[in-house]
Each structure stands twice: as C-alpha cells, then as structure tokens.
Write a new protein. Structure first.
Lengths: 197, 197
C-alpha cells in the first residue's frame, strides 16, 4: 500500500480540517497515512517571522479566518472562534503525538487536540488539558507524558523539524509522497491521487 | 445575473490558470464575470516586500513552480518554464486590459498576455509584443495604446489598485462577490457557488 506523509503543526488552522478528514479520505483511496507532527516556529524563524504570518500580515489573517470558517462549514466541522490564543504553543502536544506513534494512538490524540483548540476554545499548551484528552482516548496520561518527555523523544521531534526543513516544508498541513510535495488542505486529494498513481 | 469580480495581476502564475478557465466555468454556473486587472507591486510594498514572496522565500518559490506545473497539467494548459523573468512587469498590459473594458476585449487580451508569459516565454512588458497580441485578437494597437496611455486610464488603474487594497486583497487571483472574499484559483468554484446562492 502506498503511503502519504501528513505533516502538521498543532497551531495551524487548516491542519485541523485535514486531521479530521484524512483518515476517512485516505482509507477510501486505499492509501496509508503516516502522521508527522512537527513545529513551524523554528522554520518561520528562519524566514524572518517571529509570529504566524496571519498575525504579521493582517489582511491575510482576516481573510484566513473567514476562509477557515467557510471551509469548516463545508466540512461540517464544529468551530468556535477565536481560539484562546493564536498561534497556540503546540510543543507539548507535538511531543506527545510523536511518542504515540509506537502504540498507534497518534491519530486519535491529534484529532482530540485540534478539536480542543478549534471547537472547544481550550488551551492546548496546558498539561491538565492534554492529560484529559489522553484519558478521553483511552491512553494513560502518566505513561504518555513519560514517553513524551524522554530525551530521545524530544530529540526525535527536533529531528522531525530538521527533516521538514530539509524537505522544503514551509507551512502546514503539508503532504509528501516520496519526494513529491503538496501544501495545504486543498491539495490532499491531489496527494492521494499521486500516491495511487 | 449575479456577478463575480476576478482580480488578477499579469505577473501572477496562478492567475494564468484562472484566466484560461473562468470564462468557461462561470458561464456553466450562470454567473457573470467582471475582469479587474490590478497591480500587486504597490500592495506587496506595503507588506514590506520589494519582490514576489516566491522569490523572497525560496522554499515557497520552489514549491510553487512545481505545483503550478502540476495544476497546468491537470487543466491541460500549455506551460513553458521559466518565463523570461519572474515576476514580469505587467503595468503596460494592465493599463491596456483596463482600457479594453469599454469595448469588451479585456478577457481575450488578458488570456493572450498570460499565454504569452507562461506558454510562450515572451516579454509581456515589451510594447511590440503587446501590439502583436492586440492585433492577434483583432484590436487596433494604435487605438488601444492611445486609450491605455490616456491620463484618465492611468488614474483608473491607480484607483483599481486602491480599491483592491481597501477590499483587503493581498494576492492574485482573488475573487469578490459583493464583500465576500476568495483567494486563489482553488477558490474559484466556491466563489461561483457563493454568487449563485
């Protein structure tokens, strides 16, 4: 089975939309998904941005929030704006999502975090919130946090970001099929077609 | 009949794709199109960019050229890369396109210019090239240039750019249906649905 890699950042708005639909549409296409949480902050810094471009460029930001609203409505996805903060700090969530790969709970956890951020106006950098989300999907919070905070896992997240940079990834969601790059929720279908071809 | 406004800049890659398909898909949807040439340069300057963001951010640029190639292939559109320059200076072409609105040749001229830029590797800032394109679509080049260079027409292009800025337009192609904004060739269908609803 061909595989698509799904690169996402927990602060990213459109990554929410993709996270909530990629399981379904990839399964329908017969394509496997590897979920690859990473961080955009270090990549944005190299581009000279200390904040989300949606905050730096207000016209772009205003447009994005309106478009995001329409896209969520089109997908039937719950949305409560504004989030408690934008962008939220997703480092702890990303470490957890990466640690979950071994036991297979990364997709469920990822969807729970995005839902908390964009449908429930919750603080996804808060450890108690994250513990609650882990419990909700049937994962022991103590074990999960221990795995997430292990030095090797923290380093693995650095490596994930470094790989993203090397692959030319500059935004999220992003998809790779081998070396072929696809940027944005709008390109998910094209990426799946590429994986099948 | 509801109307969609199509804002485009002659240097813009994805505007080529939209220009070549908007007539067909809007007609099929029963929506009228107002073609609104404008300039992104002055808008980018206010964002702090003295060049296309695709040149300023190389990873974004590399991705765009690859994606553009795929999108053109998907639309069956001829493409010859690289263009003679990127971005090309589209001021003269924009003045002409605006002047053509009175006599109705703006769409044909626009498509001819985009084709020259992206399918024929021609210099669209060159007056002889533009004269040749005007002749090709049956428009008298002398009359067209006289109308384009009239002070009122030059001012009308400034006003068009000012209106784009006021409407929060920060990229191209861009569509407006009343006050509802849609950015990018990928949003053309959504804009047409909005116009019909």
């Amino acid at each position: 089975m061909r595989t698509i890699e799904f690169w996402y950042e927990f602060a990213s708005t459109y990554s929410y939309v993709t996270a909530m639909r990629i399981g379904r549409v990839a399964a329908a296409a017969g394509v496997a998904v590897r979920w690859r949480p990473f961080l955009l902050g270090p990549i944005f810094k190299e581009l000279g941005w200390n904040d989300s471009p949606f905050n730096i460029y207000p016209a772009k930001g205003r447009y994005m929030w309106r478009d995001f609203e329409r896209v969520c409505e089109g997908e039937g996805l719950p949305l409560k704006l504004p989030p408690v903060r934008f962008p939220q700090n997703g480092v702890k969530a990303a470490r957890l999502a990466l640690a979950g790969e071994a036991d297979g709970w990364t997709p469920d956890f990822t969807c729970a975090v995005f839902y908390a951020n964009y449908a429930e106006q919750r603080d996804i950098s808060d450890e108690d919130t994250l513990r609650g989300l882990l419990s909700r999907i049937g994962v022991d919070p103590e074990r999960a946090f221990a795995a997430a905070n292990a030095p090797a896992n923290k380093e693995a997240l650095f490596a994930q970001v470094a790989e993203a940079k090397t692959r030319g990834i500059f935004g999220a969601p992003f998809f790779t099929v081998g070396d072929e790059p696809f940027w944005g929720n709008d390109r998910l279908e094209a990426a799946l077609r590429w994986a099948k071809a």
